[in-house]
Design a protein around this ligand. Structure first.
Ligand code: P6P
Length: 329
């Protein structure tokens, strides 16, 4: 059977400017995958004596991955600017093109605390259009502050037993697997659909005592199993890499939650809206699931800052609707 590659897929499915940017991101992720796979044999392992804008200790691979994406994405002619979990402010590339200007945001290496223990990690990216009034001028941070519904594309690459890319351009969700022999991204899935029902949820249960009542009710009912109100037993997973936990629910259904908790009442949640919750929420919705932030749809939230955090509940639609009902009860 002839194999469709990412390049062939994009030539049919995306405008040339967007296709070139996604191809650049894909090239960058091949480089990142190479460093991940080398592990301690390579030079990219270990922590740096510095923190990122989130106040988290940076791993060498965090910075290396960010530098790789900055270099390769700058080659995409429609790209005006980039933003990253690893950078305080935006990284301008060129004045906004007359037409089809693009902005990209990424978490270059999500779950980097798992690097040292050889557990799956990933890259997350989100593509937004430059605002209609921006052609010809330098891009500014405010250009990025668009609701997730405005995304033109979103994707992630999971560096696991296989290196896989999950991608949406707003017309469904496709899967690509990196062929380590050829270096090609081969299409291995299309029209991905999340099961509306599930028996599996992902949350860091160590935080249970800090959760809001609706989340506590949802999880308690899952734990009550077949004798409880749900009438069925559930399974729990928590990898500690959003990319791995979300990839599992895309693949077999489930719910991923990192909700608000009372440890820091003024903080909506741990995860970041612009380059984690929004791209993952776009993919999940495009696969028939739902993404909820405790008040409304994640993709409807109007961001106020580049590194704004969000309460995250996403996955199988029937489960998220149940969580929404519990929050509104
Ligand atoms: P915790 C990784 O640091 C991350 O940002 C997500 O990828 C992951 O889901 C979450 O944090 C894990 O957080 O508190 O369980 O270590």
């Amino acid at each position: 059977m002839s194999q469709t590659t990412l390049t062939a897929f994009l030539s049919q499915a995306a405008e040339p400017g967007l296709a070139a940017l996604i191809e650049a991101l894909a090239r960058g992720c091949v480089e990142i995958s190479g460093h991940v796979r080398q592990g301690a044999v390579g030079q990219a392992m270990g922590a740096l004596d510095q923190q990122n804008v989130q106040g988290e200790v940076q791993q060498k691979l965090d910075v290396l991955s960010n530098d790789i994406l900055l270099r390769v994405c700058a080659e995409a002619p429609a790209l005006a600017a980039m933003a990253s979990e690893e950078m305080d402010s935006i990284h301008p590339v060129r004045p906004v093109p007359a037409e089809g200007g693009l902005l990209v945001l990424f978490d270059p290496l999500d779950g980097s605390s798992n690097i040292a223990v050889n557990v799956s990690i990933g890259t997350i990216f989100s593509v937004l259009p430059c605002p209609a009034d921006s052609p010809g001028r330098e891009p500014v941070e405010a250009d990025f502050l668009q609701a997730g519904r405005n995304q033109l594309a979103a994707g992630y690459v999971v560096y696991g037993p296989q290196t896989q890319m999950i991608l949406t351009l707003g017309q469904g969700v496709a899967a690509f697997t990196l062929d380590p022999e050829s270096g090609d991204w081969v299409q291995t899935g299309q029209g991905l659909a999340i099961k509306p029902e599930t028996k599996e949820f992902a949350i860091n249960a160590a935080n249970m005592r800090h959760w809001a009542a609706p989340v506590r009710r949802y999880v308690d009912e899952c734990l009550a199993g077949v004798e409880g109100p749900r009438g069925k037993d559930f399974n729990m997973r928590w990898v500690g890499s959003m990319v791995a936990d979300v990839h599992r629910l895309i693949s077999r259904g489930g719910v991923f939650m990192y909700p608000w908790d009372q440890r820091e009442p003024d903080r909506p949640g741990k995860l970041r809206l612009m380059y984690e919750a929004n791209p993952m929420g776009f993919i999940v919705e495009q696969a028939g699931g739902a993404a909820f932030d405790g008040a409304g749809d994640t993709l409807d939230r109007q961001p106020r800052g580049l590194h704004e955090r969000a309460s995250v509940m996403m996955g199988s639609r029937a489960e998220i609707e149940r969580l929404r009902d519990y929050h509104q009860a």
